[in-house]
Design a protein around this ligand. Structure first.
Ligand code: SF4
Ligand code: SF4
Length: 107
């Protein structure tokens, strides 16, 4: 047995190809479509599958974290004072501007 496992994920047809591990993140969305990050689990209560905060950006044809760009839409239950810190945390979590940290092959 090889130990490999497979998962089907659904992404926008125009999504850019996933870069290699460590290369700059291009918003391909594969990581968040595969499983929710800890922030999604804690703040959205999402346990498995594509994160509900994964948001397609039509203008630049890439995915964004909805919690980072429109926190009010996802975190309305949080006191307003806590939404901005939560959005900052989401930006750090998705490693905006740094390398892809999702070690999976997407085909
Ligand atoms: S971290 Fe990697 S898999 Fe996740 S959106 Fe960025 S490039 Fe895609
Ligand atoms: S980074 Fe954002 S879109 Fe991705 S799984 Fe976490 S909360 Fe969801």
């Amino acid at each position: 047995m090889s130990g490999e496992s497979f998962q089907t994920i659904r992404l926008h047809a125009a999504v850019p190809p996933k870069p290699t591990f460590g290369a700059p993140c291009n918003g391909c969305g594969a990581c968040c479509a595969a499983e929710p990050c800890p922030l999604s689990r804690v703040l959205l209560g999402h346990r498995a599958g594509s994160c509900p905060a994964l948001t397609w950006g039509e203008a630049d044809q890439r995915y964004y974290c909805g919690m980072a760009v429109t926190p009010d839409a996802y975190l309305a239950w949080l006191p307003a004072l806590l939404r901005k810190p939560a959005a900052r945390l989401a930006r750090r979590w998705i490693a905006t501007g740094i390398g892809c940290d999702f070690d999976a092959e997407v085909s």
